[in-house]
Design a protein around this ligand. Structure first.
Ligand code: ATP
Ligand code: MG
Length: 439
């Protein structure tokens, strides 16, 4: 190194556009959401399954469909350096889960309820509620023909909204997009309808007119709203089994007291769906209003080389749920219950031992690190958000006591024997709420 360059710092780097850091100030809300979600899924018998973030590209092309936004423009695809195999960062979770259950014969003997969570990747234009790396919770009921599991998943999500405290901002829309034969007839009718108004279509829709006209219904272009509104509705053409299935879902939702509307334009953006489709929607996040969406995909196992297997599932966007929780002013504290302040060698030993005992009792305790005057340490105690400062000086160390100073209430400092401090704090938490749970 030469003498002159020693003072110049290399330029700092930034995260990839549309891919966010989630900072400690925001993670308490994420954790509250994740913990609540996992707990609700567990209570319905869903078990966790984890698949890789990278999958062979053909998996997504076959599952999601060639003529979809995701496959045409949004995938992060690259070739493996050595083998040259085309690989893709997963844009959604269902395809990987179905691949894994075929590969490991997971539902050879009986059906299975599974969930997974983690980052998904789509090369979209970043905006509020829409990112290039985002996170999902994903739920799949594999090997169930429904309509009972279809309705159960919606009831489960409605419970989640209640337990998160956001139920009044979210509504349920459902539709049935029928089976293959019904979709074929509907497709012909759609092509006829859109051909008659071809001048009103945008480039994307014109291109899809003959390859995937159903996708036009999913267009987000507002100038297409009218022509889409007038298009023939598949839900009017349902017959026999598919109609009975859709009515079965509705009856079960009604039995559960879950309000819904039928939205005949709801088709979802991925090709694998059939019969039931649903979305939970909010008006509180602007254009990015879908917080969870899913449906039935009875043909996907077959498409991916497995035995024909009925299945139903949904994906839920974590970022949008966190935005909604913030909107609802949900406060989640990550502050410790106590901050331990000490000075001197003997005091340090007692302070550290006491802190360990409190952690054994399940309490969140931060021990001052890096020394500092009592005054400086008390400042850090305050900034930590802790409810109490536990102070150990020479006098306390000699007497085996800890001085407890409430930091958020107008109460005076008291001396408590070190051995009794856990019980003392527990009694206080009982009065002030569930702070040790971090909520
Ligand atoms: P949208 O209509 O908003 O584009 P989508 O139909 O593409 O959503 P799905 O593929 O069904 O979404 O994914 C399920 C959920 O994942 C969505 O309801 C949403 O909450 C979330 N999600 C999808 N894409 C993104 C993204 N780019 N950024 C953040 N969240 C997303
Ligand atoms: Mg999308």
């Amino acid at each position: 190194m030469t003498g002159t360059t020693a003072t110049t710092r290399p330029q700092a780097l930034q995260a990839v556009r549309g891919m966010n850091d989630v900072l400690p100030a925001e993670t308490p809300l994420w954790e509250f959401f994740e913990d609540t979600t996992r707990d609700v899924f567990r209570r319905y018998g869903y078990r966790n399954l984890r698949t890789p973030v990278v999958e062979p590209t053909p998996l997504f092309v076959r599952a999601i469909g060639e003529v979809t936004d995701v496959v045409e423009k949004e995938m992060y695809t690259f070739s493996d350096r050595l083998s040259g195999e085309s690989l893709t960062l997963r844009p959604e979770a269902t395809a990987g889960i179905v691949r894994a259950s075929i590969e490991h014969s997971l539902i050879h003997e009986r059906p299975l309820r599974v969930w997974t969570s983690g980052p998904m990747f789509r090369h979209e234009r970043p905006q509020k509620g829409r990112y290039r790396q985002f996170h999902q919770f994903d739920v799949e009921a594999l090997g169930f023909a429904g309509p009972d599991v279809d309705a159960e998943q919606m009831v489960m999500l409605a419970r989640l909204w209640r337990e998160l405290g956001v139920a009044d901002g979210i509504r349920l829309e459902i539709n049935s997009i029928g089976d293959a034969a019904e979709r074929k007839a509907h497709r012909a009718a759609l092509i006829g309808h859109f051909e008659a108004s071809v001048g009103l279509l945008d480039d994307d829709s014109k291109r899809r007119l003959h390859t995937n006209p159903l996708r036009i219904l999913d267009s987000k272009n507002p100038s297409l709203r009218d022509v889409i509104e007038r298009a023939p509705k598949l839900v009017d053409r349902l017959s026999g089994e598919t109609r009975a299935h859709f009515e079965g879902v509705q009856a079960l939702l009604a039995e559960a007291g879950l309000a819904f509307t039928i939205n005949p334009r709801l088709v979802r953006g991925l090709d694998y769906y059939n019969r039931t489709v649903f979305e939970f929607v909010t008006d509180r996040l602007g254009a990015q209003g879908t917080v969870a969406g899913g449906g039935r995909y009875d043909g996907l196992f077959g498409e991916l080389g497995g035995r024909p297997t009925p299945a139903c599932g949904f994906g839920m966007g974590v970022e949008r749920m966190v935005l909604l929780l913030r909107e609802a002013r949900k406060e989640v504290s990550a502050a410790p219950l106590a901050y331990v302040v000490y000075a001197g060698e003997r005091a340090g030993t007692l302070a550290r031992r006491t802190a360990e005992e409190l952690r054994s009792a399940g309490l969140a305790v931060v021990t001052n690190a890096g020394g500092g005057s009592f005054k400086a340490q008390m400042k850090r105690a305050d900034a930590s958000g802790a409810e109490f400062a536990l102070i150990v000086g020479d006098d306390e160390a000699a007497a085996g006591t800890v001085a407890v100073k409430p930091l958020r209430a107008d109460a005076s400092q008291v001396g408590v024997p070190a051995a009794a401090i856990a019980a003392w704090l527990r009694e206080r938490i009982g009065r002030t709420g569930d702070r040790d749970a971090g909520v």
